[in-house]
Design a protein around this ligand. Sequence first.
Ligand code: NAI
Length: 538
Amino acid sequence: MNANKTGTELLNDGVLNKGTAYSIEERKCLGLEGLLPSGTEDIDTQMQRVLQHLSKKNSDLEKYIYLQGLEERNQTLFYKTVMSDPQTFIPILYDPVVGDACLAFGHIYRRPRGMYITRQMNGRMAEVLRNWPVKDVRFICISTGGRILGLGDIGANGMGIPIGKLQLYTACAAIPPQTLLPVLFDIGTTNEKLQKDPLYLGLREQPPGTEELDALTDEFVAAVQEVFPGCCIHFEDWKGTDAMRYLARYQDAVLCYNDDIQGTASISLAGIIAALQISGQKIEDQRVLFLGAGSAGMGIARLITHEMQDNGLSEENARHNVRMMDIDGLLTRSRKDLSDEQRIYARDEKSFSNLTEYVRHFKPTILIGVSTAKGAFTNEVVRAMCENTERPVIFALSNPTSKAECTADEAYKWSEGKALYAAGVQFPEVHINGKTLLPGQANNFYIFPAVGLATYVARPSKLTDECFIVAAHATAQQISPEMREKGLLFPGQKDVFETQITTATAVAEYMFDAGLAQSERPEDIRTWLEAQLYSPTY
Ligand code: NAI
């Protein structure tokens, strides 16, 4: 990157540009005289103008487009704005607005961002990665667009996801934006509608079979090690089976993680830890039933059993406390359609396909919905859960809202306020028996920026499940007693920055303790970490 730019070249460089904030003196030195309006402003005044522009936009998608344009023009001002009010801006940069942005990607496209890797680059991926202008890339977020949010396969339109996820690394945890590289692995798409869209920007071909995709992904992972040594690969929104296969394949070999699996598992575990603190129960005494045994469910099940083992249970007993149902009913050993990961949780039991019946039979204390089956947690199911325990934990994590297994209102009403409830989306507060209950949102953004920040400073050789367990505990510890009283299982979104720094400090400390960190251990981890944070100032 050339920091010696002047004149219009400097104004057109979104990373360096300060726009109207250049002083008279700077304008003289940098060949900017006459190229800017006469007034000079500080960044706070510039932000006022941004906020005014945003207030005039008629839709969230328009706000999204404006903010992306702002990042291209003036990255510092962009982060100054979004970091000033994360609660407002996170839902615009990411879920739910990013979903609309992805669907419209080819239509709202302005300028290239990040990198596009295709199967045509086979054998040359390292050479292609060298086209990226920054050498010290510390995180790559890569998606195939194969399973985006609740939108299915949207191919190259999925680029909005790595862009948005990485913007949250900076917005929530102040990781320097220059070290982040969004990548869309354009392997084609099965989406016929997109293939026929004249403005679609991806390859109009069917994705490769497993063998070819494995070879391409192997090459990409190896190329990253060669071109950006020490870079962490964040896999995001790959098709479920691919996601699980690649996590198993690479997690011990290179620095990487899968947020859909490990981030989801960590925030769910954080919610469970917080719920059990409220009910005064122990994780090792819980019986956990999942509705849904896809990538999210398998990841959560794995982390819960790991946590039970950390609390003294044998692997066998921990797994015995977990049962899973999917679209074809209970996972039993007689089923022939299960993956190796699913087989771990299959039991020698008679087959059940009715959820209420199985809740009465197994008597779970925790019920987790990751099934996309709207309304699957009926009044009957919730009441049956209440027969097993005083404070049932009920997480309806499927999103968007139209897929939630039950709403917050339903869970609280049907359980007469007893359920400790969280959802994959944000439901409004519920008033019941004179009490106000605050349903939490199990949002991964509490976890991945913090684990990212710990990784950024501590430079671990790999990320283990334990890193995500530590992140879960640190997150759960940060809920105030007043919030717990209202049933809230996650920290407030307003303080997201403080929360992430505290969680990142705990995870970095664990990385040092476990011998994973490659940085030299500082005396005071938090102070050292804070000194490395990005600050959106000129
Ligand atoms: P997936 O497609 O890998 O798995 C879905 C699972 O649900 C499969 O086991 C399938 O057999 C089962 N299923 C489908 N219909 C069912 C039905 N009617 N009854 C019982 N089981 C049924 O999907 P993935 O990635 O596991 O995600 C599942 C849901 O969880 C999605 O809605 C996703 O948006 C949500 N999710 C929420 C997160 C969060 O809140 N932080 C994070 C990740 C996923």
